[in-house]
Design a protein around this ligand. Structure first.
Ligand code: GCU
Length: 562
């Protein structure tokens, strides 16, 4: 996790030893190269992108400046034996931060948290937090922008992105002032190993001097600890446990951290994906964090709406396309028993220019940050290290192998892979599970509902023959303009989308090595302008952008609820 030296990957929480003071709310905002005067600044909501929030600046990507003035809650100063820091859940794309005029540092890359120490800068009375955010596109970024057509899918977008979603910019998730004990609990790792009657849980605690004690659901435990099958987490029984970690020095409580998590194991056996030792089938969607006005800004109500709709539809999983999702959304997935393929921000990667090494470093950094943040999550069952990388360069395969190996080295308890639309390209073999993106009946055989099924069958059988691994179809589907209908079904209508999805799900269901099917996409989402994106929206959602069901959603509910 990109954090000031000594910064902990643990998510902030408030208890008798720790404070997480939420600074979200109304901040001042202005575009501009230099800080300069705030006279022209406007109030904006944080979390939230600025592009759809502030009228008239949709296609402005910065730099921009944010200011937040706040007073401290009682008891923060003097810090005494404590540390203070500011934690950002996500800033797109890069951030530089000052508190009371003192530089705290910065971060590059969105969708993942960073924490900056501020103990020396804090003061009584009014504190002034200033953030410079730069959302301008660049080739050395992840995901990359301003990419030459030869290194993209060949579609032209404005703004010039190499990926099919709008490059929203801003402070996208909550911001906290965090106060923790010096030499306290730095990190907690919970790992479960399968056992014939349940699982054995090992808890590793990184902490300063002192005695560490553990309790599970209020009962003192020591590590390793055995739990029975009934204690395990699964979609049908998303059992969560309260792991309390305490640190004492000389009998005095110095620090306490509570982890709410489930216990479960995930593994690959032959061509099957196993959850708690049993074959599991993934039914669900690719999901963007996207909503009108908010842009990529997250609010827990949206996460709740989306995941409750998924559950109502009969889905049991989703992929965080194409970047790690918000932590509160993962809380909800843990509680509802929805399984998650967590994906890095590495979409539209290519390997054919001088920026390649810088991009690869950035992907490695994001991958490490994502795994450090989400590795204690029961709901996260697999890592996707990239989406649809361009493989038109000899360095491509080695780069993807390196990323899959890195994911396994960082966390050997979950399968890793990357989503590809080029299943025969070298490199796919590095995936533990083949994540296949395929668009029969849309980009291939457009308008041909009759040809789509056989085309998918052929593609799946060839993938299985080549790798002999479990396959998850991570993308398939069709655009459907809400309210557009035709009989017989025609492209862009709700009927065509519903028919296509149903026929492809049938093909998937006939193959036991297909262990999951994720429809693209859960809901319509904002894109850059393009000739194939009416109103700058991708309409492949089975729900509209304001989360109302299309025909396909109703059909899925009948199919999956059965
Ligand atoms: C790709 C890509 C998605 C995109 C989708 C589409 O496969 O991974 O990001 O939105 O195709 O074109 O609808």
């Amino acid at each position: 996790m990109s954090t000031s030296p000594g910064g902990s990957p643990l998510r902030p929480q408030t208890n008798e030893c720790r404070l997480a003071f939420d600074l979200s709310g109304v901040w001042l905002f202005r575009l501009g190269e230099d800080e300069g005067d705030w006279s022209g600044a406007v109030p904006v909501g944080v979390p939230g992108s600025w592009n759809d929030q502030v009228p008239g600046i949709r296609d402005e990507f910065g730099p921009a400046w944010y200011e937040r003035r706040f007073e401290l809650p009682p008891g923060v100063l003097p810090l005494g034996g404590r540390d203070a820091a500011i934690r950002f859940g996500s800033v797109c794309y890069s951030a530089e931060v000052w508190l009371n005029g003192q530089p705290l540092g910065g971060h590059v890359g969105g969708h993942l948290p960073f924490t900056l120490a501020c103990s020396d800068a804090l003061r009584e009375g009014e504190n002034v937090l200033v953030v410079r955010v730069d959302g301008r596109l660049g080739r050395d970024q992840v995901p990359p922008g301003l990419v030459l057509p030869a290194n993209t899918h060949g579609r032209v977008f404005h703004p010039d992105v190499s990926y099919d979603f709008f490059p929203y910019a801003g402070i996208h998730r909550r911001v906290d002032l965090v106060v923790t004990p010096l030499g306290g609990i730095h990190d907690v790792l919970l790992v479960a190993a399968a056992d014939e009657d349940g699982a054995v849980v090992s808890v590793t605690v990184e902490a300063g001097e002192g005695d560490v004690t553990l309790a599970l659901d209020g009962e003192p435990i020591s590590s390793p600890h055995r739990v029975g099958t009934s204690a395990l987490w699964s979609p049908s029984s998303p059992r969560l446990h309260r792991l309390e970690v305490e640190l004492r020095r000389g009998g005095e409580l110095v620090d306490r951290y509570v982890l709410q998590t489930g216990i479960r194991t995930v593994s690959v056996a032959g061509d099957q994906l196993l959850l708690n030792g049993e074959p599991v089938q993934l039914r669900g969607f690719g999901r963007h964090e996207d909503f009108p006005v908010l842009g990529r800004g997250t609010v827990s109500a949206l996460g709740a709406r989306d995941l409750l709709l998924m559950q109502q539809t009969g889905a049991n999983s989703f992929r965080t396309a194409h970047y790690p999702c918000d932590e509160e959304t993962l809380d909800i997935a843990d509680q509802l028993g929805l399984m998650v393929i967590a994906e890095t921000p590495a979409v539209g990667l290519y390997f054919a220019d001088d920026d390649t090494p810088r991009r690869q470093e950035q992907v490695q950094r994001s991958l490490a940050e994502m795994i450090a943040r989400d590795r204690n999550r029961a709901c996260v069952i697999a890592w996707s290290v990239a989406n649809e990388p361009r493989m038109n360069h000899p360095a491509a395969a080695a780069a993807l192998v390196e990323l899959c190996d890195a994911a396994r080295a960082l966390d050997g308890t979950r399968p890793a892979g990357y989503a590809t639309d080029l299943p025969e390209a070298e490199g796919v073999g590095a995936s533990d599970v083949v994540f296949l993106n395929a668009y029969p009946g849309w980009y291939r055989d457009p308008g041909r509902l009759d040809a789509a099924g056989p085309a998918l069958a052929d593609a799946l059988d060839r993938v299985y023959e080549r790798y002999g691994k479990p396959v998850v179809i991570t993308e398939f589907g069709a655009d459907a303009l809400p309210g557009s209908h035709a009989d017989p079904p025609a492209m862009w209508t709700e009927e065509y989308q519903a028919e296509l999805i149903e026929s492809l799900l049938r093909v998937a269901a006939e193959r036991t090595f297909v262990v999951g099917a994720h429809i693209w996409a859960f809901a319509d989402f904002g894109t850059a302008q393009a000739d194939h994106r009416p109103a700058s929206v991708n309409f492949k959602g089975v729900f509209t952008r304001d989360r109302q069901p299309k025909l396909a959603a109703r059909r899925l509910r009948e199919l999956w609820q059965k």
